[in-house]
Design a protein. Structure first.
Length: 322
């Protein structure tokens, strides 16, 4: 990235006692974007935003533009944005065709990924539908059970939200909320699993299958407002606007506060990324790991990798053993 900002890291600190994981600390370390943008001319700051993020640049850029427009008084009802939707679909394809097969001991489907990404970009739904019905995809679906943790409970998911509805839950964003977002006072999960409320499957499988379902919906021309690629924005108050965008990994929120009258500058900027929701310290990952046998570090590392992949961070992840 041209700015040199570290994109961040999800760090797992695992405490081992008596051969089991006795404590888990999950920390999401993210770039301090507000420090970079504060004081800049508003339009220039918004143009910079997508350059600060290695993934989901279109979603970040659109969220920034909508939040600025809302700060200037505009309101935008929820609608599907084709560019963001295609970006989200490409991310789902990456997970299913490149990341998931190796987790299950299979080779990555590299050629299929290249072809599928091109079909999404070109609007070739029938071709993608045929690939997603292929026996190799069905085999991956069947094998997802091998990754499962029988003890994992049902996810606590965010409800569907548009920008105006979000004001009743969070009247204004602040730095503390951005670091540890909460819904009704507790951690909640976002992403395809939340967008498909009530999905029935095991903990890991449900998250993977929800991504696949979004791909199939697009391929069958069934995607509707609320799916990945949905965007909305609303004024929060004078000179302050908020945008919500549903990315591949879940709900992305941008809120901009302006100052300076005619010479508009960024007074403050708040971003809540999906990773902060899904890797909250009180989120599902800690529960999956706590109490697991730790005598076989390689096996536990493999389980952690599958668990992290199910939640899909937008940054690298690391484990520290204590």
């Amino acid at each position: 990235m041209s700015t040199g900002i570290d994109p961040g890291c999800v760090r797992l600190c695992l405490v081992v006692a008596d051969g089991r994981i006795s404590a888990v600390n999950v920390a999401s370390e993210r770039p301090q974007v507000a420090q970079v943008l504060r004081g800049r001319p508003a339009d220039a700051a918004v143009r910079l935003v997508p350059l600060l993020f290695a993934l989901c640049g279109k979603a970040q850029g659109r969220a920034a533009g909508l939040a600025l427009a809302a700060a200037r008084g505009g309101e935008f009802p929820a609608q599907l944005d084709a560019a963001i939707q295609h970006e989200a679909l490409r991310e789902h394809l990456w997970r299913w065709l490149l990341d998931l097969p190796p987790l299950l001991g299979e080779p990555a489907l590299k050629d299929e990924f290249v072809a599928a990404a091109g079909w999404v970009a070109g609007g070739q739904r029938a071709e993608l539908a045929a690939l997603l019905a292929d026996q190799r995809i069905e085999q991956l679906c069947r094998r997802l059970g091998a990754m499962e943790d029988p003890a994992a409970g049902a996810p606590r998911c965010l409800p569907p939200l548009a920008a105006r509805a979000s004001l009743a839950l969070w009247p204004q964003l602040d730095a503390g909320f951005c670091a540890r977002p909460h819904w009704q006072g507790a951690a909640a999960e976002t992403g395809a699993i939340a967008r498909r409320q009530g999905a029935a499957a095991g903990a890991f499988a449900a998250r993977w299958l929800a991504r696949l379902a979004e791909l199939r919906d697009w391929a069958q021309d069934h995607a509707r407002v609320g799916a990945g690629g949905t965007a909305s924005a609303v004024p929060v108050g004078p000179g302050r606007g908020r945008a919500l965008v549903e990315t591949a990994r879940g709900l992305l929120m941008h809120e901009i506060a302006l100052e300076g009258g005619h010479e508009e500058r960024i007074a403050d900027y708040f971003i809540v990324a999906p990773t902060e929701w899904n890797f909250h310290p009180q989120g599902p990952l800690a529960g999956w790991l706590l109490g697991r046998p730790a005598t076989d570090r390689a096996a536990l590392q493999g389980f952690a990798a599958r668990a992290v992949a199910a939640l899909d961070p937008c940054v690298r992840w690391e484990i520290e053993w204590l």
